[in-house]
Design a protein around this ligand. Structure first.
Ligand SMILES: *Cc1c(COP(=O)(O)O)cnc(C)c1O
Length: 375
């Protein structure tokens, strides 16, 4: 079955007793035992719930893994994966990492971490230590869109006895399948493209190997940050259109990236050529609040991966937990804006950005009249 078919059939035919096409929402905390010592496979919903199982099997299939697990958020999924590390284990991470992941490992779990540019395999190799247990990679990175060579990093990690974990939130299995490229574990914020409608917060893990999946399931049940049946249903519902949505997100993002690149108030565009996310720097930080105030179709909001185009200011939103000096080094400057390009008609998206930039420029000219000589 091709991926575009598999997504449509996620959760289908789960209820032989009624033949329901859509997956039922099993809103039950507990399940009756047939007899002493017997189980239907479902005993208590923290451990297993049929709606969540449908999602977990679907996402495992899409990522080509042996076990999927669904969590109450992407952070809960990452937290669970990090339980694979003991207190003395070392972790290598992408330096321009999602701010929440940075906060978790640095401020909450206080793990031994080295942050490197994972687009440079030699930097990853140099960071590996005898006690390195995992390499956690985002590709493309957020927000400056650096990409990693997953097969090369998988070899490096494995030679060092470490696991390669890939946060695949930005590309989804439609555009990148890390487990097939050698990674051991995939992490998702299913809040983003997998569900796709900005209406649910959810996370997922997919393990390539059954034993690793079993260990993570043990942690998931023990910690308890599971996804509820209603939200599991919403993610399955979103998955059905994932392939279609990703095609449109990507086509729109390519067009918006090309348009921005030729705009006189845009200094630089960060678009990796794949997916629906892009960032750009404007020529003057004073333009930022005006652009954010002027957009009408694009919504000024955190998050990404939904059908609506969102515009984000990483310096104060997604990456606020990263110290300012470090942010500058990583290119997350006060002139950087990030777009999660939605599935609207691309002409409307471009018209909105065009008006917002023109409006911001006019305001700037009014205020700095003597300085305004184009850009
Ligand atoms: C949003 C996000 C997360 C965190 O997921 P939540 O669902 O918000 O907890 C992790 N990684 C990446 C790349 C993200 O974009």
């Amino acid at each position: 079955m091709k991926l575009a078919t598999a997504v449509v059939h996620a959760g289908v035919r789960r209820d032989p007793s009624t033949g329901a096409v859509a997956v039922p929402i099993y809103q039950s905390a507990t399940f009756q035992h047939p007899a002493l010592g017997q189980s239907t496979g479902y005993d208590y919903s923290r451990t297993r719930n049929p709606t969540r199982s449908a999602l977990e099997e679907a996402i495992a299939r899409l990522e080509g893994g042996s076990r999927g697990l669904a969590f109450s958020s992407g952070m809960a999924a990452i937290h669970c994966a990090l339980q694979l590390l003991g207190p003395d284990d070392h972790l290598v991470l992408t330096e321009d990492l999602y701010g929440g992941t940075y906060r978790l490992v640095e401020n909450i779990l206080q793990r031994r971490c080295t942050y490197v540019d994972t687009s440079r395999p030699e930097a990853v190799r140099a960071a590996l230590r005898p006690n390195t247990k995992a390499v956690l990679v985002e590709s493309p990175t957020n927000p400056v869109m650096r990409t990693a060579d997953i097969p090369v990093l998988a070899n490096l990690a494995h030679e060092a006895g470490a696991l390669l974990v890939v946060d695949n939130t930005f590309l989804t299995p439609c555009l990148q399948r890390p487990l097939e490229l050698g990674a051991d574990l995939v992490v998702h914020s299913a809040t983003k493209y997998l569900s796709g409608h900005n209406d649910v917060v959810a996370g997922a893990l997919v393990a390539k190997d059954a034993a690793l999946g079993e260990r993570l399931a043990y942690f998931q049940n023990g910690i308890g940050a599971i996804l509820g049946p209603q939200d599991s249903y919403l993610v399955i519902r979103g998955l059905k259109t994932l392939a279609l949505r990703m095609e449109r997100h990507q086509a729109n993002a390519r067009e918006v990236a090309g348009w921005l690149a030729s705009h006189p108030l845009v200094e630089r565009v960060f678009y990796p050529g794949v997916g629906g996310m892009l960032s750009f720097t404007v020529t003057d930080a004073a333009l930022v609040p005006r652009v954010l105030a002027s957009v009408r179709l694009c919504l000024f909001a955190e998050s990404l991966g939904g059908v609506e185009t969102l515009i984000t200011y990483p310096a104060t939103q997604t990456h606020a937990d990263i110290p300012a000096a470090r942010r500058e080094e990583l290119g997350i400057t006060d002139r950087l804006l990030r777009l999660s390009v939605g599935i609207e008609d691309v002409h409307d998206i471009i018209a909105d950005l065009s008006e917002a930039l023109a409006g911001a420029h006019t305001l700037r000219e009014l205020r700095h009249a003597p300085l305004a000589h184009g850009s």
